[in-house]
Design a protein around this ligand. Structure first.
Ligand code: RB5
Length: 151
C-alpha cells in the first residue's frame, strides 16, 4: 500500500514521526509537503496529497494539521475521498471497518506521537467490513453524484 502524506506547519513535527515509523516498517510513502520552517495554508497541502490518491498513484492519504479538522474538511470535498479525523485506537479501527476510510487526518496539537503511531498502525491494518456498511457508502456515492460536477 502506498501512502501520500502532507501537513501544514502545525502538523509538520508529527508528520516527521509518522514518516519515520512508515520507513522503519517498510511502508511505501511519499511526502507532499510542507517542509520545515514554512507557514502554509493546510488547504493547499491537503490538495497536493489528495490529488495523488485521485490519480491512483497512491492508495491512501495521511494529512496532518493542528487539529486534523481543516485537512478533513478539504479532503472530503473530493469525490470518493472518505477522510476521517481519528483521535484514538477506537476511532481509527471503526473508520476502517465501517467507513472504509481512505484518508486519515490527525492533529499535531491534539495527539502525542506514541498515540498517533497506534492510530496509524490500526488504520493501516484494519480491513473494511463491507455488507451493510457498503450500502451506506453507496448512498454517499449517490450524494457525490448529485452534488459534485467533476471528478
Ligand atoms: C493552523 O494554525 C491551524 O489552523 C491548522 O493547522 C488546522 O488546525 C486547521 O484546521
Amino acid at each position: 500500500m502506498k501512502i501520500a502524506l502532507a501537513s501544514d506547519h502545525a502538523g509538520y513535527e508529527l508528520k516527521k514521526g509518522i514518516i519515520s515509523y512508515l520507513s522503519k516498517n517498510g511502508i511505501d510513502h511519499g511526502d507532499f509537503g510542507c517542509g520545515p520552517e514554512e507557514r502554509v495554508d493546510y488547504v493547499d497541502y491537503a490538495e497536493k496529497a489528495i490529488e495523488q490518491v485521485l490519480e491512483k498513484d497512491y492508495d491512501r492519504a495521511i494529512l496532518i494539521c493542528g487539529t486534523g479538522l481543516g485537512m478533513a474538511i478539504v479532503a472530503n470535498k473530493h469525490r470518493t475521498i472518505r477522510a476521517t479525523p481519528c483521535v484514538d485506537e477506537y476511532t481509527a479501527e471503526v473508520s476502517r471497518r465501517h467507513n472504509d476510510s481512505n484518508c486519515l487526518t490527525l492533529g499535531g496539537r491534539v495527539i502525542p506521537l506514541d498515540e498517533a503511531l497506534s492510530v496509524v498502525r490500526i488504520w493501516l491494518e484494519t480491513e473494511f467490513e463491507g455488507g451493510r456498511h457498503q450500502n451506506r457508502l453507496d448512498k454517499i456515492l449517490e450524494i457525490e453524484e448529485k452534488n459534485f460536477k467533476s471528478r
